[in-house]
Design a protein around this ligand. Structure first.
Ligand code: PLP
Length: 405
C-alpha cells in the first residue's frame, strides 16, 4: 500500500480502521511492531535538544509519546473524523476514566461547573460529583433527554466549563439530542464533550454534529476482545488539544502502554465488521426479549417501542449491541436469569465479541447512592446486556433457557 493514499483520498471507516496504523510503520514488518520501550536514544545532545524543542519528529520518552499509542490515537481520530474536511487530533489514555479525567482536568478550573446529563456511567458521575469537588470544581446535572432542562441549567449556572453528554447512556440507553444540546451549549459559548463509547464512530459521529471533544473507553467496542483497559480523546480543536489536553495527559501521566495500544489497534481493524454483526444480533435479541412473557420492558434504541426511537433514527446509523431490560419478577427474577445463563458471561464491561450480562444496581453503578441511581433511571431490577457476535440463535436459546429457569 502507498501510505500517502490515506492522506490524499477520503477513505471509508473500514479502510481507515485497517490501514491507519500503517502510517506509523517505519519498518518492513507487515504489522506495526510493538515498541515496548520506556525511553528513546538520542544521536547526540543537539538531536536530543531539537526533539525536546519539537523541531523534528521523533520520540523521547514513552509517557510523552510512543509509536503504538500515537498510531492508535491517530486511527481513532480518523474514524471519528470520517466525513470532516480536516482529520481531528487524538490521544490515548490508560483507561476510559483516564480519558474522562484528562478532559475534565484540561477544561475545568476552580470555581467552574461541569454541567453533565444525569444518566451517566457510574464512575464518571462519581468523578464529577465527589472527587473534583475536592479541587473546587462544581458539578451540576440536567435531564439528558429534555433540552428545556438543559436550557434552564445553562441559565441557572455561571462559569460552566463544559456540557458533558453520553448517548446512549450507560445503562439506561437514554439518548441525548446531540445537535440540540450542541446548539444550546454553543449559544452560551460553552464546549460540548461527549462519551461515544456505546455507539462508536461506526454508529454515530458526534464531531459531525458539532461536539467539541469525543471520548471513549477503548476497553469496549474499539478493542472489542476484552483484552485491554484503555481510553481515547479526540477533538478537531488544535489549540485545545495542544494547550489543554496534551499537557494534562503528559504531566498527570494517565497514558496507555504500547502493548495495550497495539492490542487496541489490532482489535479496531475489524470494528466495522463486528459492529455490523452486533447490530444484527442486538436487534434480534431485543425483539426476542420484548416478546417474552417474563419481560416487562426492553430499552433498545432500535425498537419502535423505545421512547426516543425517532431521535435514535436521526442521530444513529444503526443501533448496536447494547440494551437493558426489566423483568416482571423484579430483582429476584433478574438475579435468577443472570445465575442461569450458560453461554453469556456474567461480568461487567461491554462491547466484546462475546455476550456479557450484568446487574447495574449491584455492579457498575453500585457506588452511586440509591437516590442517585433512581435519578439516573436505574431500578434495582434493571439488567444490562451487551450482545456479542456469536451465532444469534445460540444467544437467544441461552437467554430463553435462563428465563425459563
Ligand atoms: N464511559 C462509559 C460509557 C463506560 O461504560 C465506561 C466503563 O464501563 C467508562 C466510560 C470508563 O471506562 P474504563 O472502564 O475503561 O475506565
Amino acid at each position: 500500500m502507498h501510505k500517502d493514499i490515506l492522506n490524499r483520498r477520503k477513505m471509508g471507516l473500514g479502510t481507515l480502521a485497517i490501514h491507519m496504523t500503517d502510517l506509523h510503520n517505519e519498518t518492513h514488518a507487515h504489522a506495526l511492531p510493538i515498541y515496548q520501550t520506556s525511553t528513546y536514544v538520542f544521536d547526540g545532545v543537539e538531536h536530543g535538544q531539537s526533539l525536546w524543542r519539537g523541531e523534528q519528529p521523533g520520540h523521547i520518552y514513552s509517557r510523552l509519546g510512543n509509536p503504538n499509542t500515537q498510531a492508535t490515537a491517530d486511527a481513532i481520530a480518523a474514524l471519528e473524523g470520517v466525513g470532516l474536511s480536516e482529520r481531528p487530533l487524538g490521544l490515548l489514555t490508560g483507561s476510559g476514566m483516564a480519558a474522562v479525567s484528562t478532559v475534565a482536568l484540561g477544561l475545568a478550573r476552580v470555581g467552574e461547573t461541569i454541567l453533565s446529563q444525569r444518566a451517566l456511567y457510574g464512575a464518571s458521575h462519581t468523578l464529577f460529583h465527589q472527587h473534583l469537588n475536592a479541587y473546587g470544581i462544581q458539578h451540576a446535572t440536567f435531564d439528558g433527554h429534555d433540552l428545556d432542562d438543559l436550557e434552564a441549567a445553562l441559565e441557572r449556572h455561571d462559569s460552566i466549563s463544559m456540557v458533558y453528554i453520553e448517548s446512549p447512556a450507560n445503562p439506561t440507553m437514554k439518548l441525548t439530542d446531540v445537535c440540540g444540546a450542541v446548539k444550546l451549549a454553543h449559544g452560551a459559548g460553552i464546549p460540548v464533550v461527549m462519551d461515544n463509547t456505546f455507539a462508536t464512530p461506526y454508529l454515530q459521529q458526534p464531531l459531525k454534529m458539532g461536539v467539541d471533544v469525543v471520548l471513549h473507553s477503548t476497553t469496549k467496542y474499539l478493542t472489542g476482545h476484552g483484552t485491554v483497559v484503555g481510553g481515547a480523546v479526540v477533538t478537531p480543536h488544535e489549540d485545545l488539544f495542544r494547550d489543554k489536553l496534551m499537557p494534562v495527559l503528559k504531566t498527570f501521566g494517565a497514558v496507555a502502554g504500547p502493548m495495550d495500544a497495539w492490542l487496541t489497534s489490532i482489535g479496531m481493524k475489524t470494528l466495522h465488521v463486528r459492529m455490523a454483526r452486533h447490530c444484527e444480533n442486538g436487534m434480534a435479541v431485543a425483539r426476542f426479549l420484548e416478546a417474552h412473557p417474563a419481560i416487562e420492558k426492553v430499552y433498545y434504541p432500535g425498537l419502535e417501542s423505545f421512547e426516543q426511537y425517532d431521535l435514535a433514527r436521526t442521530q444513529m446509523s444503526d443501533f448496536g449491541g447494547m440494551m437493558s431490560f426489566e423483568l416482571k419478577g423484579g430483582y429476584e427474577a433478574g438475579a435468577a436469569l443472570m445465575d442461569n445463563v450458560q453461554l453469556a458471561t456474567l461480568a461487567v464491561s461491554l462491547g466484546t465479541v462475546d455476550t456479557l450480562i450484568q446487574h447495574p444496581a449491584s455492579m457498575t453503578h453500585f457506588k452511586n447512592p440509591p437516590a442517585v441511581r433512581a435519578e439516573m433511571g436505574i431500578s434495582d431490577g434493571l439488567v444490562r446486556l451487551s450482545v456479542g457476535i456469536e451465532d444469534v440463535d445460540d444467544i437467544i436459546a441461552d437467554l430463553e433457557q435462563a428465563l425459563d429457569a
